[in-house]
Design a protein around this ligand. Structure first.
Ligand SMILES: C[C@@]1(CC(=O)O)C2=NC(=C\c3[nH]c(c(CCC(=O)O)c3CC(=O)O)Cc3[nH]c(c(CC(=O)O)c3CCC(=O)O)/C=C3\N/C(=C\2)[C@@H](CCC(=O)O)[C@]3(C)CC(=O)O)/[C@H]1CCC(=O)O
Ligand SMILES: NC(=O)c1ccc[n+]([C@@H]2O[C@H](COP(=O)([O-])OP(=O)(O)OC[C@H]3O[C@@H](n4cnc5c(N)ncnc54)[C@H](O)[C@@H]3O)[C@@H](O)[C@H]2O)c1
Length: 219
């Protein structure tokens, strides 16, 4: 088996085309909306949720069979019709234009697959089972979801603020690195979790520097 290469794509306002209008297309569209993409769904029949999103202006839809020209200007293609030969043809068209394609019916033949995802604010967990089955990936993602609750979204936000403060005020790279590592040690994490959501950056930095001093005293 040749393993895949994981990336996190920034798709804000990029055109992503979904061919197909069923349950799978809906799931892909939902994930794309979360990532701020500009979504075009093309299919002769559209699931109710896709119609609602179109009415709300959240996605664009075209109610007919997908055509190669639908790919104009697209960053990604999700071929999610229930016709394998159509998915393959569309993926070939996309490839010829340099657009990476996902094949809902044959993940291994596409340019990329979509992992099972758990989001906690800035945090993103993605699980791919690389052929061992989406049910397995989905189950493991559910376990991550239980292990890392909503409090991790807030924690990530605190760490984001803290990192910004450290980058802005500590110029020595080695010192920065050691502080940023310390900021994710157990004791520090407990401290950030206990802070109110709107704690200012400067205060977080002060707490971190104090922890650092205490650590120096202990050693
Ligand atoms: C994780 C998740 C993400 C998402 O799609 O968002 C995802 N599939 C999910 C659900 C799901 N998929 C299937 C069912 C029906 C039950 C069943 O058969 O198990 C259900 C359940 C449901 O629909 O509820 C069937 C299925 N899926 C694929 C094939 C064809 C094949 O194997 O190639 C077939 C057989 C189709 C047939 O019958 O012919 C292919 C792919 N599905 C992938 C991802 C990619 C591999 C990810 C990895 O690397 O592990 C890959 C390769 C391509 C891709 O889609 O990118 C999402 C769970 C979200 C969550 O719950 O968290
Ligand atoms: N990757 C996954 O996670 C996953 C999960 C389940 C099933 N599948 C596969 O994905 C396929 C789609 O699953 P579904 O549950 O969404 O199917 P579905 O039957 O609910 O929907 C199929 C959709 O494809 C549309 N369609 C048909 N011909 C088209 C064309 N020429 N151009 C554009 N759209 C067209 C139909 O109008 C319909 O909206 C399944 O056949 C299966 O092979 C993949």
């Amino acid at each position: 088996m040749v393993p895949g290469y994981p990336v996190v794509l920034h798709l804000e306002n990029r055109l992503c085309v979904v061919a197909g209008g069923g349950a799978v297309a809906e799931r892909k569209a939902a994930g794309l909306l979360e990532a701020g993409a500009s979504v075009l769904v093309v299919a002769p029949t559209l699931a109710p949720q896709l119609k609602r999103w179109a009415e709300e202006g959240r996605i664009r839809t075209i109610e007919r069979a997908a055509e190669p020209s639908d790919l104009d200007g697209a960053a990604l293609l999700f071929a999610a019709t229930d016709k394998p030969e159509i998915n393959r043809l569309l993926a070939e068209e996309a490839r010829a234009r340099g657009i990476p394609a996902n094949l809902a019916d044959r993940g291994d033949e596409g340019d990329f697959v979509t992992p099972a995802v758990v989001r906690r604010g800035r945090l993103l967990f993605a699980v791919s089972a690389s052929g061992a089955g989406p049910a397995f990936a989905s189950r493991l993602a559910a376990e991550l979801s239980e292990r890392y609750g909503e409090e991790y979204a807030r924690l990530a936000e605190q760490l984001y603020k803290l990192r910004r403060a450290v980058l802005a005020s500590v110029s020595d790279p080695a010192r920065r690195r050691s502080l940023l590592r310390e900021a994710v040690a157990d004791r520090a994490i407990e401290l950030w979790k206990a802070c109110p959501a709107d704690v200012p950056e400067g205060e977080l930095l002060g707490l971190l520097l104090r922890l650092d001093k205490e650590k120096d005293k202990e050693t």
